[in-house]
Design a protein around this ligand. Structure first.
Ligand code: NCD
Ligand code: ZN
Length: 358
């Protein structure tokens, strides 16, 4: 039996939604993570510090009182964001970044930025205030093939912005291509990247070969095997520029099993076991702690969580729910396609999420 102790992890890219869904998903994250960077793409989007504070309070209210979890809030950048809002964000201890969604790139991104050059003064102010820019790195030009949108974004948007504002600290969120990984490696400062678990485990065949699998549809879309291999090498390298952001993004199952299905994979319920399996396969378990618990904290200027999470590899697969009930509907949990033998011993009474798993 293999045993491993890591510092309590942080999830540096998480969608929690609001209302009923928030209440049903939050404790999966709060159980396994000390903190998470909370994405602001609600309807309407979180565009002010007041909205972020109210949302943060709704999140805190939904957390099981036995769990300790700190939501690290972000703002949704629009072409109407004001310097005053950025100043307020810089002065507010629970604010940790500003998210750039190119308008139309992904779920609830309609209010995002249409022309990056219109927000340059805002980005300059963010650099001066040391507010990180968190980037959804895809262009939306319909003429660009969906599998090329990350590489084109790097060439046409990210690289020019970094040349213009070299002091801006940037996270290329959910990087999915070898091009993205190579670009991060080539930069000598201020560029970091989060990686999801599903992009480490699946390539685009899982989505499209032998039938379309809507629960594997997410944005940026799954890529070729050569990209998955590059992501795995980077994630398991221990390099401090790469850290975990699950991009766990719950949608009701029927909205994904649809003629026009929503993008997003809900991985919060089994993320750590999946990740330990990846690191074991890559013979890199010694770097798991850097990826889950150290590199992200370092980027955001936080102390590493002092308490430990114990992972134990058993001969029996771990149990996790296939679906999480939401009233008459449900959310489908990420299926990695293999049994997970890593069990999370959370160093406390095993916490069961009540009435929640089907
Ligand atoms: C995310 C969502 O559903 O909010 N979807 C996704 O496929 N990743 C948005 C995002 O991060 O792109
Ligand atoms: Zn996301």
């Amino acid at each position: 039996m293999l045993k491993l102790a890591i510092n309590r992890p942080d999830d540096m890219h998480l969608h929690l939604r609001d209302g009923d869904i928030l209440k049903h998903v939050i404790n999966y994250s709060a159980r396994d993570y000390g903190r998470a960077i909370i994405m602001p793409n609600l309807v309407p989007p979180i565009t002010t510090v007041e909205m972020a504070m109210a949302y943060r309070n709704r999140i805190l209210d939904a957390i099981d009182p036995n769990l300790a979890f700190d939501p690290l809030m972000t703002l949704y950048l629009t072409e109407h964001t004001t310097i005053r809002t950025l100043q307020m964000a810089a002065d507010t201890p629970f604010m940790f970044g500003v998210k750039l969604y190119p308008a139309g790139a992904t779920t609830n991104s309609d209010s995002g930025v249409m022309d990056i050059w219109r927000v340059i003064p805002l980005l300059e102010r963010m650099a001066a205030l040391d507010i990180p820019l968190l980037v959804h790195g895809e262009v939306v030009d319909p003429a660009i093939d969906i599998f090329d949108r990350e590489a084109v974004f790097i060439d046409k948007v990210l690289d020019p912005v970094r040349r213009e504002i070299p002091d801006l600290r940037i996270v290329l969120e959910h990087v999915t291509t070898k091009d993205g990984i190579d670009y991060v490696y080539a930069s000598n400062k201020n560029l970091y990247a989060t990686l999801t678990i599903h992009h480490l485990i699946l390539n685009r065949n899982a989505l499209l070969a032998g039938g379309i699998r809507p629960h594997y549809y997410c944005l940026p879309v799954l890529k070729r095997e050569i990209h998955r291999r590059a992501l795995r090498r980077a994630a398991t390298s221990g390099d401090q520029r790469f850290f975990l952001g699950t991009d766990s993004a719950p949608h009701l199952s029927h909205m994904k099993e649809n003629a026009c299905g929503c993008a997003g994979v809900f991985s919060a319920a089994n993320s750590l076991g999946c990740l330990a399996t990846v690191f074991e396969e890559e013979k890199a378990l010694e770097h798991l702690n850097s990826f889950t618990s150290v590199n992200g904290a370092f980027f955001y200027g936080l102390k590493v969580n002092p308490d430990k999470t114990h992972l134990v590899r058993k001969s029996e697969p771990a149990h996790f729910p296939k679906k999480v009930a939401i009233g008459q509907h449900d959310i489908t949990v990420f299926d990695p396609g293999f049994p997970i033998f890593w069990h999370i011993d959370r160093n406390r009474d095993v916490f069961e999420i009540e009435n929640n798993s089907l």
